[in-house]
Ligand binder design. Structure first.
Ligand SMILES: [Fe+2]
Ligand SMILES: [Fe+2]
Length: 474
């Protein structure tokens, strides 16, 4: 399935045959570009960036590399190929043919799901817009921009669905996606983590490791949807998401590696001496991890949710790897444990699984996240050092669900207000940590050079050398 690049909007959905839709999207396009210029990567409009662009959705052919000015990036609409005879795999409609149009009774819920997903995409671009000014290398700058243009494309993916399937409400929602802004007091993004700041590159790597992984799990759940266009759209988005998580995992790994190297050179684990030597001490990395892990697991929503049950039973949003699971895919009468407070302690309480599907997805996410933390620990182990990074307890620093308002330490103890106030900066980045990391950030743009606080990557992008000119400033 090749992509039509001849029109204003590259696509593999035969846009030229649907003139009304094409015109509507062509009217939205300049609004998107205005948004990109105003709130996309700062002062980058003239840079030539060595970017990957989709030229086909086939596994081999979709990644094409060349220099592009970001405002000229060909944001387009790409769906994975249709699976002939695809059925709804779960819920009350299990076994029926997948829907090619929006079923009337599920219209409001589907629109809400698509808008919520769509809102996260431009939000992260807004959150990351200042980072180019303090990049640790050209390689990293290019990766930041790659993530940014692809999040822009993910917005296009959701806007296409809104325009094509939701008529006038869909067009209004598509406009609103450009009007809400991350951190805006009056008109914020929908979900909490997407209104947080991404003030420095350690935050960026943590964000792309944890929060883009939330994206992966949400997209995997939507890729199971009985609404076939949503499933096909999200499947292609997932191929791009893999690179974002790679940027996060390898980024944190390189920070850890550099810190361990200096710890061994100086023979110390004293944060004061390590900071003076220009690297980020491991306890500070742990506090960043605690912050990003906790705000990200809140994105999965309340532990018990009747909406989650409705979305599943209606066939709109499945579980992670729904079709690989060996059960009845209806889940009636099954239970699942969620955390609850009981006499000052956290206990597990069984609730109907259908209502706990947010928790099911959160637990799948946590398992996947912990695997990467283990890979960071192997870097520390290889350096011969005893420190280990850890995921905090699921109840730590929660603002959504039954544990919102309960103070839980990273090791899972319920603590009182006084202990939380006394120790929260042992557990979460303190203003001093943030100021230190901010002061460390400086712009490194000489090809092949890397900032003091991060190791070079194992390999370049698209088999280019590390000293390749990944970005040309004009
Ligand atoms: Fe995305
Ligand atoms: Fe992403």
């Amino acid at each position: 399935m090749t992509i039509d690049y001849s029109g204003r909007i590259p696509n593999n959905v035969n846009l030229a045959e649907d003139r009304t839709l094409q015109r509507a999207l062509e009217q939205w396009q300049p609004h998107f570009l205005d948004w990109w210029r105003a709130l996309g990567p700062e002062e980058s409009q003239q840079f030539d960036v060595y970017l990957r662009t989709a030229i086909s959705v086939d596994p081999q052919g979709w990644a094409h590399f060349d220099y592009v000015k970001m405002p000229d990036y060909r944001w387009g609409i790409f769906l994975n190929a249709a699976e002939p005879g695809r059925q709804v795999h779960f819920g009350e409609h299990r076994g029926e043919p997948a829907w090619q149009e929006v079923p009337g009774e599920h219209r409001a819920n589907l629109r809400r799901i698509i808008v919520t997903q769509g809102d996260t995409e431009p939000a992260s671009v807004e959150q990351q817009r200042h980072l180019g000014a303090t990049c640790p290398s050209l390689y990293d700058l290019r990766n930041l921009f790659q993530v940014n243009v692809e999040e822009g494309r993910h917005l296009w993916a959701m806007v296409y669905l809104l325009h094509k399937y939701f008529g006038r409400d869909g067009r209004e929602e598509a406009e609103a996606l450009l009007q809400r802004h991350s951190g805006d007091a009056d008109n914020p993004r929908i979900l909490g983590a997407f209104n947080e700041r991404t003030p420095d590159w350690l935050s960026f790597y943590m964000f792309t490791y944890f929060t883009d992984r939330d994206g992966k799990f949400q997209l995997c759940a939507l890729a199971e949807s009985g609404f076939d266009p949503l499933a096909r759209t999200t499947k292609f988005m997932l191929t791009e998401e893999a690179h974002h998580m790679f940027v996060g995992e390898s980024g944190v790994s390189r920070v850890v590696q550099r810190t361990c190297q200096v710890m061994n050179e100086l023979g110390t684990d004293d944060p004061v001496r390590l900071r003076a030597a220009g690297v980020i001490d491991l306890p500070t990395i742990q506090r960043y991890l605690n912050f990003h892990f906790s705000v990200t697991i809140d994105l999965f929503g309340a532990d018990e949710s009747s909406n989650a049950a409705t979305f599943y039973s209606a066939g709109l949003k499945g579980r992670f790897e729904e079709t690989k699971r060996d059960d009845d895919h209806r889940l009636l009468g099954r239970g699942y444990p969620v955390l609850a407070l009981d006499g000052g302690r956290l206990v597990e309480r069984e609730v109907p699984m259908l209502n706990a599907l947010n928790e099911v997805l959160r637990d799948d996410f946590i398992r996947d996240s912990i695997a990467g933390i283990g890979r960071w620990n192997r870097v520390i182990e290889k350096a011969g050092l005893p420190f280990r990074l850890q995921a905090p307890h699921k109840g730590f620093h929660r603002r959504i669900g039954s544990l919102a308002g309960v103070w839980v330490s990273p090791d899972g103890r319920v603590v009182d207000d006084a202990e939380w106030a006394r120790r929260k900066h042992e557990w979460l980045p303190s203003p001093a940590d943030l100021a230190f990391v901010a002061a460390l950030m400086g712009r490194v743009v000489e090809p092949g050079r890397f900032a003091s606080w991060i190791a070079p990557p194992a390999a370049g992008i698209n088999r280019q050398p590390l000293d390749f000119q990944y970005v040309r400033f004009n």
